[in-house]
Design a protein around this ligand. Structure first.
Ligand SMILES: O=C(O)CCC(=O)C(=O)O
Length: 261
C-alpha cells in the first residue's frame, strides 16, 4: 500500500487558495508517484484562524467534502483528507474526512481533545463520538487529530479492534517537536501498528509548525520523516504483513492483563 503525504504550508484563512494548492499537489503527485492513499494535515483549508471561523469554516462539510470526493475519483486515490473547521449548526468542530477512491465518504471523525494551549475550547466543540475503525482495501485503519496523540487510550482502543495503520493529522508546533516525534514512535511500538502522520509547516502569528511528518513501522522504525521547516511530499510503501510478524515476535496483546489495570 503506497502512501503520499502532503506536509503542507497552509495559507492562513484562505480556503480557496488551499484547495487550489491541494489540487495542484495531487495532480503532480498522483502522476509521479501513483499512490494508493494520500494524506493531508489538520485544518488544512484555514490553518488556525479560530476567531474567524464564521467566515472561513465549512458548513456540514461543504464545500470541502465534495471537493475531496471529486479529487479522489478523478485521481483514483484514497484520501485521508486531513481535517477542516466545520460548522455543524450547533457549533464548530474540527472534522476529518476519509474518502475512498470511488469518492465515497467512508469515515468522519470530530477531534475529541481540544487544545487549551491554543484556546481551542473557546472556539470549538469536542467530538462526542469515540474513535472508530474504518477500512481501505480491506486494511483496518484509524485516525486521530494532533493533540489526541497525547492520549494513548485512543490508539490502544483502535489496536484492540484490529487496526494496523493509525493516521495522525496535525498542526503541531515546533515548540513541542520532541513530544511530537517521541509520542508517534511510542504509539507505533506499544500498539505494534504503522503510524502515518501528516503535519503542517510554516509560521502563523509567531507560532511555527513542526513538519516532521512520519511513516513509522510496527517495530518503531522511522521509515520516512519530513524536515521541520519546509513544504514537502513524503512517500512510502507499507508492508502490512509486518504487523502480524511483530505481534507474533513480541506478543504484547497476549500478555496484557487488563483485569489488573
Ligand atoms: O499537544 C500539543 O503539543 C500540540 C497539539 C496541537 O497543536 C493541536 O492539537 O492542534
Amino acid at each position: 500500500m503506497k502512501y503520499a503525504i502532503y506536509q503542507m504550508n497552509i495559507a492562513v484563512g484562505d480556503p480557496e487558495k488551499n484547495r487550489s494548492k491541494v489540487r495542484a499537489w495531487l495532480d503532480r503527485v498522483a502522476k509521479a508517484e501513483k499512490p494508493d492513499v494520500v494524506v493531508l494535515p489538520e485544518m488544512w483549508t484555514t490553518a488556525y484562524t479560530l476567531p474567524r471561523l464564521e467566515e472561513v469554516a465549512d458548513r456540514n462539510g461543504e464545500p470541502t467534502l465534495p471537493f475531496l470526493q471529486s479529487l479522489a475519483k478523478e485521481y483514483g486515490v484514497h484520501m485521508i483528507g486531513g481535517s477542516v473547521a466545520n460548522n455543524k449548526g450547533q457549533g464548530f468542530y474540527n472534522t476529518a474526512f476519509v474518502v475512498d477512491r470511488n469518492g465515497t465518504l467512508i469515515h468522519q471523525y470530530d477531534k475529541i481533545h481540544l487544545v487549551p494551549m491554543l484556546d481551542e475550547p473557546r472556539y470549538l466543540k469536542g467530538g462526542e463520538k469515540g474513535v472508530e475503525v474504518f477500512e481501505l482495501d480491506g486494511v483496518k485503519m484509524g485516525l486521530i487529530i494532533c493533540y489526541d496523540l497525547r492520549f494513548p487510550e485512543l490508539a490502544r482502543k483502535l489496536a484492540l479492534e484490529g487496526v494496523e495503520v493509525l493516521h495522525v493529522v496535525a498542526e503541531w508546533p515546533t515548540a513541542r517537536l520532541d513530544h511530537w516525534k517521541t509520542l508517534q514512535v511510542a504509539r507505533a511500538i506499544e500498539n505494534q501498528m504503522f503510524v502515518v502522520s501528516c503535519n503542517s509547516v510554516g509560521l502563523q502569528d509567531g507560532v511555527e509548525f513542526a513538519g516532521t511528518s512520519m511513516i513509522i513501522d510496527p517495530w518503531g522504525n522511522v521509515m520516512e520523516a519530513g524536515g521541520d521547516d519546509r513544504e514537502e511530499t513524503l512517500t512510502g510503501e507499507l508492508s502490512l504483513e509486518l504487523v502480524s510478524k511483530v505481534r507474533k515476535d513480541v506478543p504484547v496483546f497476549d500478555s496484557r492483563m487488563p483485569e489488573l489495570y
